[in-house]
Structure formats: structure tokens, C-alpha cells
Design a protein around this ligand. Structure first.
Ligand code: AMP
Ligand code: GLY
Length: 417
């Protein structure tokens, strides 16, 4: 059997391992309290030590889940020893690590994106703000755990945000350069392409729900639920995304001497049927990955392996003709503060009759019992012939789960129902 090492610990990584478990023996670094039910969790943090483990244990393929190890260069470290690893190189990971790099890249290669300036000068930012219509979007350059984007509804607020970022007060070094850009009014999509440097496979489009509360209220989170494929995307839009965004991105990255390998996550705003790039991420979305993995009908191992090898032309990635809806169950105080660990109970009998899965994220094991340890605890994935059927199934799965303080949105996939 093949051996796969997965770096990460969230629901995204759980779903990747779960999709691979019949094809490979799985190791996680570090994994979580539920991944060790079908895999081996490793307590190795240092990338060089992890590389030693991969060599010693004949790991066939390493898959990197989150952005931080990619930005740190884990792919480069593994490749120095000719290991097969799926993910973006340190150089390519700048597409996510620096918004200034990303925006300048988009401009250079004529890829549609919101009008902007990037600057470290307060005067220049103020001047641009004066010329703009409201609302105005202000973004910190670096990684700010999803908090670096402010949509200002007045010019004063936009200027104040610029001040707080440039002074280092808001995000330290990550805010020492800012992007000020026009607000795009449309609907948002998450699109994912598996890339091998030159070629790509575009997966079905998903929609995420970033706000913590129903009707998109309250603060932003990592995502409270998602569904895929969304019927809001037709063939024409997929074609535009391929030809106007992904193809020029791969060509551009080759020209920049940073060929793009790994998952390219394109945050898209659709305005008047035109896809416009909001941002790139160099990893799968979480919870979008959890809906996409169960849709894949061909070998998941091959998809990642041939992606990492630069040989995507050798395979045909098949997608099931069904819909997946994922509802995140989060801890009581998410996303404000941590929560007390709580025992998770699952009605296994009821669950076994439903069409879907539970993918675990913020969990640990205590005396062989599964505990919710905070944040986004787990994702209930319902499958169905259409969005409504999958949504109903997902909420039936939610009803099989209990832990103290559990909260979830009641309106996942509302955009499509
Ligand atoms: P980002 O991290 O750049 O994706 O921004 C986070 C969120 O802010 C996005 O998912 C959008 O909902 C919103 N956003 C970012 N840029 C814009 C923009 N130019 N116009 C409208 N909304 C935006
Ligand atoms: N769900 C959005 C993200 O992973 O950034």
C-alpha cells in the first residue's frame, strides 16, 4: 500500500486523509484527536525532522494542508531530497503570503482584479481614497489570520484604517504596506485548481459562509459552512475562469520562475457575469475542501501524486454528479475566544442511516473520549442529488451530534435554495 504524509490538523486535512484512506496508509503531522482513528499522528514539528521521517519510512507522497508551512518553504525542503510533495514552493506561496505581490502579479499579467494602489505612504493612500467611491476596501499586505481586510463605509474610516495598519499598530509588520482598492459588488465563489506547474484540473465551484451568524451577520470566521458545486456557475463562467484567470496565472508564474504546483484557491467575485479575482490562496479552503473531497470519483491519490509530479496529463479526474453541503459545528465562544473542552457524543445509529460524513477538526482525545477543544470543531457533510437534498441531509447529521455550547449556522447553502 502507498504511504501518504499529510501536514496539518484541521477538518481540511481530515477530509483529505479520509478520501485517501482506502488507497494509502496515512500519517499526519500533527493531525487531531480523530485522525488517529484511521491514521498515525506524528509529533514532529521541525520540517527537517519530518523530512527525515519521510525518507526513513519511504513516504510516497506528502500533502501540505495549511498555508504557513508552504510560506515557510516546506516544499523546497522536501524537494531538496527529491521527495514527492504536493504544495506550492516558498516562492510561489507569495501569492498568498503577500497581497502586494499578488496584486502586482495580477496587474502585470492582465488578470481581472479590483482597481487598487499599493503603498507604504499615508499621503498616497489618502489621495487615492479621496478619488474613490464608497465603500472602500483596505487590506494589510501580509498574513493576518483572515482579519487584514476592512470594508470602510466612509472616507474617514478608510483613512483611519490606513493609519492603524501603516503605523504597525493593527498588524505589526504585516500591515507596513497596504492595498486600497475599489469595492466589488457581486457574489463570491471559491474555485480550486489542482496545478502541476503547467497543467491544471479545475474542481467544482464552491461557496463559503464566512460570517459567524445566519443571514451573513457578525464577525468573519474561517468559514461556517460551504457547498459544492454551486448552480450559480455555468459552463461559460467556468470557461472564463480557466482562460482569463488560471491559464494566465500558470503562464505568469512560469515567467516569474516560480511555476505553480499545488492547489490554487481563487477567491472570485462575479460582477455582471464576469469573474474578478479577489485573492489567491495557495491551499484548499476550509471548509470548502471538506465538500470537494467526497465529490471526487477517481483516485484521489493519483490526483495529488500526478499533480506533484508535473504529470496531470496522465490522469482524468472524475467528479460525481452529486452535491455536498457542509455545516460547521463550532464551539460556544468561536470566533471571539477559546471555549472549555466539551465531550462530543454522536448518535452513531442514526448517523449510519444518513448519506454523508462527519469530518473532525478542533478535537482531542481524553481517556479515549472525543473532546471538542475549540474553534471549528467538526463539519457535517450531507450528500444529495441537488443542493436542497444535500442540505437537508447535512442538517440531519448535525442533529446526531452533541457537545456543550455547540453552535452552527442554520442557513448554509441559502444562496442556491
Ligand atoms: P480577502 O482576504 O482579500 O479575500 O478578503 C476577505 C473578504 O473581504 C473577501 O472574501 C470578500 O468578502 C471581501 N472583499 C475583499 N476584497 C473585496 C473587494 N474588493 N470588494 C468587495 N469585497 C471584498
Ligand atoms: N474558507 C475560506 C478559507 O479557507 O480561507
Amino acid at each position: 500500500m502507498k504511504k501518504v504524509l499529510i501536514i496539518g490538523s484541521g477538518g481540511r486535512e481530515y477530509s483529505i486523509g479520509y478520501a485517501l484512506k482506502d488507497e494509502a496508509e496515512i500519517f499526519y503531522a500533527p493531525g487531531n484527536g480523530a485522525t488517529n482513528e484511521f491514521a498515525t499522528n506524528l509529533d514532529i514539528k521541525d520540517y527537517y525532522e519530518l523530512r527525515k521521517f519521510a525518507i526513513k519510512n519511504n513516504i510516497d507522497l506528502t500533502i501540505v494542508g495549511p498555508e504557513a508551512p508552504l510560506v515557510d518553504g516546506v516544499v523546497d525542503i522536501f524537494k531538496e531530497k527529491n521527495l514527492t510533495i504536493f504544495g506550492a514552493s516558498k516562492k510561489a506561496a507569495r501569492l498568498e503570503g503577500s497581497k502586494v505581490y499578488m496584486k502586482n502579479f495580477l496587474k502585470k499579467y492582465n488578470i481581472p482584479t479590483a482597481k487598487y494602489i499599493e503603498t507604504d505612504s499615508k499621503e498616497d493612500a489618502y489621495k487615492f481614497i479621496e478619488e474613490m467611491k464608497l465603500p472602500i476596501v483596505v487590506k494589510a499586505d501580509g498574513l493576518c489570520a483572515g482579519k487584514g481586510v476592512i470594508i470602510a463605509t466612509s472616507k474617514e474610516e478608510a483613512k483611519k484604517t490606513v493609519d492603524e495598519m501603516l503605523s504597525g499598530e493593527a498588524f505589526g509588520e504585516a500591515g507596513k504596506k497596504v492595498i486600497v482598492e475599489e469595492f466589488l459588488d457581486g457574489y463570491e465563489l471559491s474555485m480550486f485548481a489542482i496545478c502541476d506547474g503547467k497543467k491544471f484540473v479545475l474542481l467544482p465551484a464552491a461557496q463559503d459562509h464566512k460570517r459567524v451568524g445566519d443571514d451573513d451577520t457578525g464577525p468573519n470566521t474561517g468559514g461556517m459552512g460551504a457547498y459544492a458545486p454551486t448552480p450559480l456557475v455555468n459552463d461559460e463562467l467556468y470557461e472564463k475562469v480557466k482562460t482569463r484567470i488560471i491559464r494566465p496565472t500558470l503562464n505568469g508564474m512560469q515567467q516569474e520562475n516560480a511555476p505553480y504546483e499545488g492547489v490554487l484557491f481563487i477567491g472570485i467575485m462575479v460582477v455582471d457575469n464576469e469573474p474578478i479575482v479577489l485573492e489567491y490562496n495557495v491551499r484548499f479552503g476550509d471548509p470548502e475542501c471538506e465538500e470537494l473531497m467526497p465529490l471526487i470519483d477517481s483516485s484521489v491519490y493519483d490526483m495529488f501524486y500526478y499533480g506533484a509530479k508535473g504529470e496531470l496529463d496522465k490522469i482524468d479526474v472524475k467528479i460525481k454528479d452529486v452535491v455536498a453541503v457542509g455545516v460547521v459545528c463550532a464551539s460556544k465562544n468561536y470566533p471571539y475566544s477559546s471555549s472549555e473542552p466539551a465531550l462530543i457524543t454522536i448518535d452513531e445509529e442514526k448517523l449510519s442511516k444518513l448519506n454523508g460524513h462527519i469530518f473532525y477538526a478542533g478535537v482531542s482525545k481524553k481517556d479515549d473520549k472525543l473532546m471538542a477543544t475549540g474553534g471549528r470543531v467538526l463539519v457535517c457533510i450531507g450528500m444529495g442529488e441537488d443542493v436542497k437534498e444535500a442540505r437537508d441531509e447535512a442538517y440531519k447529521i448535525v442533529k446526531c451530534v452533541h457537545f456543550d455550547g455547540m453552535k452552527y449556522r442554520k442557513d448554509i447553502a441559502y444562496q442556491a435554495i
